[in-house]
Design a binder for this molecule. Structure first.
Ligand SMILES: Nc1ncnc2c1ncn2[C@@H]1O[C@H](COP(=O)(O)OP(=O)(O)O)[C@@H](O)[C@H]1O
Ligand SMILES: [Mg+2]
Length: 272
């Protein structure tokens, strides 16, 4: 099984950016993690942020999601200058991040993990309580839309595969109104089949109009779903390429050590 352009719709994505990052710098003491990076994300697109380990990918998206304040540079949200003082601020504006180590409790049900205390309520005053029936129904339906048929809403999250857990986290963010969904290396710990499932999830989410920032160090995974590609190299970017304007080889070469990696992959018979 290979991963190619299976999930790609082929239409160029236009429209005003939801988030625009201009000339972002981030210094940690003497370490310059980001040295002037510009990037934007439009509704309904998957914009891939590629780069080798240590390139600055996580630092960049942490700046976008309110974890870090940029040392220099400007962030526009829906055209207005924005300074998020916490991840909560960014989340309320509609920027959701799914980290690799998902915030989930394995022994708890998929429904409880899906809502995490934000379950719909019923009743009034003293009698106001969680409407677990409604929560279960919503969760099963939202997961079904993402291609996962739960055995039941009580199924423990720990019994799902890694790819399915990613999908729960993605479905949860979208259900709670994410306009921009940031995925930090969602496929790096997964096998080929699980990776395909997560890429299919990204495609579904994008088609609902959400802007997806997909971070990866795997060019193939990025090419399977990406509309645009930005490569980070030691905190710098050479710009952004649009799908169709760049070959997989060129993209690979833009990444640090791309040449050697391509040779290594060749000698391994082109496996991922
Ligand atoms: N909190 C921090 N304090 C000091 N240095 C950091 C911090 N976070 C990241 N860095 C440094 O910034 C650089 C980029 O790291 P990171 O953004 O995690 O890269 P990537 O996600 O692309 O692997 C690395 O040199 C890393 O050591
Ligand atoms: Mg990282």
């Amino acid at each position: 099984m290979t991963i190619d352009s299976t999930f790609h719709h082929g239409d160029p994505v236009t429209g005003a950016p939801i988030v625009e990052m201009k000339g972002i710098e981030k210094h940690f003491g003497n370490v310059i993690a980001l040295a002037g990076v510009s990037f934007d994300i439009r509704p309904g697109e998957c914009h891939c942020l590629l780069g080798d380990n240590g390139a600055g990918k996580s630092t960049f998206i942490k700046t976008m999601s309110g974890v870090h304040k940029p040392t220099k540079g400007e962030i526009l949200f829906e055209g207005r200058p924005m300074s998020f003082s916490s991840p909560r601020d960014a989340m309320e504006a509609g920027i959701a991040t799914v980290f690799q180590d998902l915030a989930m409790i394995p022994l708890m049900s998929v429904t409880r993990n899906f809502f995490m205390g934000r379950e719909p309520k019923k009743g009034e005053g003293l009698f106001r309580r969680m409407d677990l029936g409604a929560a279960n129904e919503i969760c099963v339906e939202e997961m079904r839309k993402m291609g996962i048929n739960l055995r039941g809403p009580d199924q423990a999250v720990g019994t799902l595969s890694g790819g399915e857990r990613q999908t729960v986290a993605i479905a949860r963010a979208v259900y709670f109104g994410a306009k921009v969904l940031i995925l930090d290396e969602p496929t790096s710990a997964l096998g080929v089949r699980q990776t395909s499932n997560v890429l299919a999830t990204i495609d579904r989410v994008r088609k609902q109009g959400v802007g997806v920032v997909f971070i990866s160090h795997n060019v193939r995974h990025a090419l399977a779903v990406g509309d645009r590609f930005t490569v980070l190299n030691r905190g710098k970017t050479l710009g952004t390429a649009t799908r169709g304007d760049i070959t997989p080889e060129a993209l690979q070469d833009l990444m640090a050590g791309g040449q050697e990696m391509a040779q290594l992959e060749g000698s391994l018979g082109g496996t991922i």
